[in-house]
Ligand binder design. Structure first.
Ligand SMILES: NC(=O)c1ccc[n+]([C@@H]2O[C@H](COP(=O)([O-])OP(=O)(O)OC[C@H]3O[C@@H](n4cnc5c(N)ncnc54)[C@H](OP(=O)(O)O)[C@@H]3O)[C@@H](O)[C@H]2O)c1
Length: 250
C-alpha cells in the first residue's frame, strides 16, 4: 500500500469493506456524497483501483482479504499515515457458498464464517482504538433477512449473519459509554452480483414473498447506512434496521 491522501482536517474518514461493487459500492458513494473521505476495500488491486476511480478526490480503494492475516493491520497503518483513522466503519464484505447441510463441506462452512464474521471481528477491533480516542464512532454491520427468517441451503450464511446481529448488540453495550454506536442493517432481496447468481425461478419465488413487489436497490441500503452514520442517529444503538420491502416484519 502507498500513503493515503491527506484530507481536510474536519473531514471524517469512513471505511467500507467490500466496496468494489454492489451494496458496498453504493454505500461508499453515498458516504462520499455526505462529505466523508471514504476508504473502500476490494480483494484485488484492480478492484481497489476501480474504487479509487469511482471516488476521485473523495476517497480511495485499498486491498483487504479476509484470508490474509496482515491485511487489517496494514489497512489501519495506511489510514493512520494518510487520511486518518476511520470514525465510521461499515462491515459490508460478505460471501455466500450455498449448499444443503448434508452436502456442505468444511471449507464451505469455514470460508463463509471467516469472511462474514472473522473480518467483522478484526476490522471492528482495530477501529475501536481511534473511535475511543475521538469519543465518537459509528460501526454499521451488514446482516441479512435470512438471519431472522432462515434459508434452506444457507446454514453457513444464516449462522454468520445471525452472529453479526448478536455481535452488534454485545459490542453496542461495551462501547456506548464512549459515544460509539453499533448497529446492523439487514437487507432483504437486493439487486447485486450476489442475487444475479440466482435462477429466474429462484428470483420469482423470492419476489413473490416481497409485499412491495420489487427487488431492493443498492440505494435503498445506502440510505439506511448513511442515516445510521449520521449525527441524527446518535441515540440508536444495538439495533437491526430491516430494509426488505416487508419480506420480514419482526
Ligand atoms: N445482495 C443481497 O440481496 C443481500 C441481501 C442481504 C444481505 N446482503 C449483504 O450485503 C453485503 C454486500 O452484498 P453484495 O450483494 O453487495 O455482495 P457482492 O456484490 O457479492 O460484493 C461482495 C463484496 O465483498 C468483497 N469480498 C468478497 N470476498 C471477500 C473476502 N474474502 N475478503 C474481503 N472482501 C471480500 C468483494 O470484493 P471483490 O469485488 O474484490 O470480490 C465485494 O466487494 C454482504 O455482507 C451481503 O451478505 C446482500
Amino acid at each position: 500500500m502507498t500513503g493515503g491522501a491527506k484530507t481536510d482536517d474536519d473531514k471524517k474518514v469512513a471505511l467500507v469493506t467490500g466496496a468494489s461493487r454492489g451494496i458496498g459500492m453504493g454505500i461508499a458513494t453515498a458516504l462520499a456524497g455526505a462529505g466523508y473521505y471514504v476508504v473502500g476495500t476490494a480483494t484485488s488491486t484492480e478492484g481497489a483501483a476501480s474504487i479509487s476511480t469511482a471516488l476521485g478526490a473523495n476517497g480511495e480503494g485499498v486491498v483487504l482479504r479476509s484470508d490474509v492475516a496482515d491485511d487489517v493491520t496494514d489497512l489501519f497503518a495506511h489510514c493512520k499515515q494518510g487520511c486518518g483513522l476511520p470514525l465510521v466503519v461499515v462491515n459490508n464484505a460478505g460471501v455466500t457458498q450455498d449448499n444443503l447441510l448434508l452436502r456442505m463441506s468444511e471449507q464451505e462452512w469455514q470460508s463463509v464464517l471467516q469472511t462474514n464474521l472473522g473480518l467483522l471481528f478484526s476490522v471492528s477491533k482495530a477501529a475501536l482504538k481511534g473511535m475511543m480516542k475521538a469519543r465518537w464512532g459509528r460501526i454499521i454491520n451488514l446482516s441479512s433477512v435470512v438471519a431472522s427468517m432462515g434459508s434452506p441451503g444457507q446454514a453457513n450464511y444464516a449462522a454468520s449473519k445471525a452472529g453479526i446481529e448478536g455481535f452488534t448488540r454485545s459490542l453496542a453495550l461495551e462501547v456506548a459509554s464512549r459515544n460509539i454506536t453499533v448497529n446492523s442493517v439487514a437487507p432483504g432481496f437486493i439487486e447485486t452480483d450476489m442475487t444475479a447468481a440466482l435462477t429466474e425461478e429462484q428470483t420469482q419465488q423470492a419476489l413473490s414473498r416481497v409485499p412491495l413487489a420489487r427487488m431492493g436497490s443498492t440505494q435503498d441500503i445506502s440510505a439506511a447506512v448513511s442515516y445510521l452514520a449520521s449525527e441524527d442517529a446518535g441515540y440508536i444503538t444495538g439495533t437491526t434496521l430491516h430494509v426488505n420491502g416487508g419480506m420480514y416484519l419482526g
